[in-house]
Write a protein that binds this ligand. Sequence first.
Ligand code: DAH
Length: 358
Amino acid sequence: MENLDALKSELSGMIKSAADGDALEQIRVSALGKKGQITALMKGLGQMDPKERKAAGQQLNVLKQEIADQIDARKDELENAGLDTRLAKEKIDVTLPVRPEQMGTIHPISQTTDELISIFGEMGFVVAEGPSIEEDWYNFTALNIPVDHPARQEHDTFYINAEKEGQRMVLRTHTSPVQIRTMQSQKPPIRIIVPGRTYRCDHDATHSPMFHQIEGLVIDEATHMGHLKGCLIEMCRAFFGMDELPVRFRPSYFPFTEPSAEVDIGCAFGDGTLKIGEGDDWLEILGSGMVNPNVLENCGIDSTKYQGFAFGMGIERMAMLKYGIPDLRTFYDSDMRWLKHYGFQPLDVPSLVGRAGL
Ligand code: DAH
């Protein structure tokens, strides 16, 4: 058995230089296979005398194990090297621009919400949020809508079986309950806008069971109707991008405001198209008013010292008017063609700050 060292170094050399898995497999067969060199030597043990056989058998077993281990190690090495070259070859350059045909778009609801936030943000409003599942008291009672008030029926409320401290829970029918939550948790002066989802049991071309509103609330010591008008006229003109857009305040009724006004913008309805800012027609886009003193008192705010105004509008409606989207239901269809057509470039972030030409 004196030639085992030579065999070992010959096989080790071959294993080390095996270029791929196939070459390695051939070496394994030629050494350890049925007709392999080591297998043949093991078969020869039978012809040896018992003393020699024991020592030679041990040596052969060690050699067999070493060669098998070396083959496994080389196999791992080859596989890892393959992975390394694939990783190097297939690496992604994240700095490359997105291919236009693969780029996603910003949904018109998100875009319109961001535009309104940016307009109100410039005026000093901050964003506030509240829960979708709301207590009856926040959604109605605290907003001066008592239990038997007809406005409760008008809201087509989704009631939830759950109760919290004896209160029936509802899916909020408007963003107005966040006014209450804010007045309870913050001291005036308050200047918030509340974008969010709202829910009513209604479904047709102009109503969806889930829709979005944006609510506004200002509370301070000397706030008056002139502030309400100035703020909302400015918002309408900035949103539609028309400095001269006619804006009209029409007396209305909301339980949570007194006096209340609906806000219309000037437009022309004609031959099936709507032109904003032209003609003699009016289109309602907002509800607003001076916060009813009962609402302030319900939140623990002294109504002899503070007053304020509030407003609320539908985001889908604002988006439909600005971007000429005819059917409300299409907002929620997740139709890729619609999203490509009406969606916005992700980097086109709304801002009122102009860009200087270079
Ligand atoms: N909450 C009203 C609605 O859903 C909208 C609204 C009107 C909100 C007048 C207000 C407001 O804050 O002052 O129809």
